[in-house]
Ligand binder design. Sequence first.
Ligand SMILES: Nc1ncnc2c1ncn2[C@@H]1O[C@H](COP(=O)(O)OP(=O)(O)OP(=O)(O)O)[C@@H](O)[C@H]1O
Ligand SMILES: [Mg+2]
Length: 339
Amino acid sequence: MSAIRVRNLSKSFKRPIRTSGLRGAIQDLLHRRYEEKKAVDDLSFDIPQGEIVGYLGPNGAGKSTSIKMLVGILVPTSGDVTINGLVPYRNRAATARGIGVVFGQRSQLWWDIPVSETFQLMKYMYKIPDNRYKRNIELFADVLGIQEFMHVAVRQLSLGQRMRADLCAALLHNPSIVFLDEPTIGLDVVVKKKIREFLLEVNAEYKTTILLTTHDMQDVEKLCSRIILINNGTKAFDGPLERMKTEFGAGETLSVQVEGAVENWDGLRLLGVGDYRYDPESSTLTVRYDKRESNPAQLLSWIMGRASVVDFTVKPPEVEDIIRAMYTNPARPVLQEVL
Ligand SMILES: Nc1ncnc2c1ncn2[C@@H]1O[C@H](COP(=O)(O)OP(=O)(O)OP(=O)(O)O)[C@@H](O)[C@H]1O
Ligand SMILES: [Mg+2]
């Protein structure tokens, strides 16, 4: 049995059509008209127990809407979902016992009580046995570093602290499946790293299935072996991260700040570079290349032969770059629209 099974899942929302101007507003009041928006459209996939899946897609693709159906918050317009064999919106309580949910944009913690008491409440609600509770608190507190703010009221926490507390609370009852919708949004690199380590640890220790939505390529690289890409409510790609990268996004960006007279950079083409741009205002040369065809050291040494280099950075592709590349030119990944 798959941990998560999704078949032909769809969700439509009715949205009121607004006419502009005061007259329009009054007309709309008298005769409301609606248009239908298909947020999720005939989506199917299976996820076996223990897998960490990156659930990616551009803004408005339907990721959050589908997750809400998977966890029982929304009822599908059509299609089927089972989570550990249960239909979530029909068996909300039973489904909830087996899953953990974190929406990065919104906290599930009680605002006015300290973190430690929230955990106690979770223990009570989910009937977590003493020994397991203790063990989890120890393990989680250790990896996430939450001792320092254990007795602080949730509303006084920083975003990164709150996120760590949220994660801990969502996993205390050892759910076999965890849904994480942008758990690292707005966090600094140190906290992001802690959260990634935590998820890997939980996955290794308990074989927890994790469905992770993120716009951060580092999250994907560090955690996910499989990617499901959603676009316009449908599945656009489903496969290993490696395949996604080779098919769509081996593109990197090299930014070089140069000094002195700038000549023609067209020779970069001979080194396999797809696109480049020179910005005279910042004296920066930005080069987009495919890692399979060029390497940054070679490019840099070529540039150093023509100008004196003040500074440089190499940037891996962002999730958004890869997604964009999939819809522009699969034969020449990533290069077009970024420059
Ligand atoms: N309650 C709602 N009522 C009407 N339309 C909605 C509702 N919730 C979502 N939508 C629409 O459904 C589409 C999918 O939204 P959803 O939040 O699932 O996207 P997403 O993939 O999570 O995007 P993001 O990366 O921005 O979080 C969007 O066009 C959105 O405007
Ligand atoms: Mg979303």
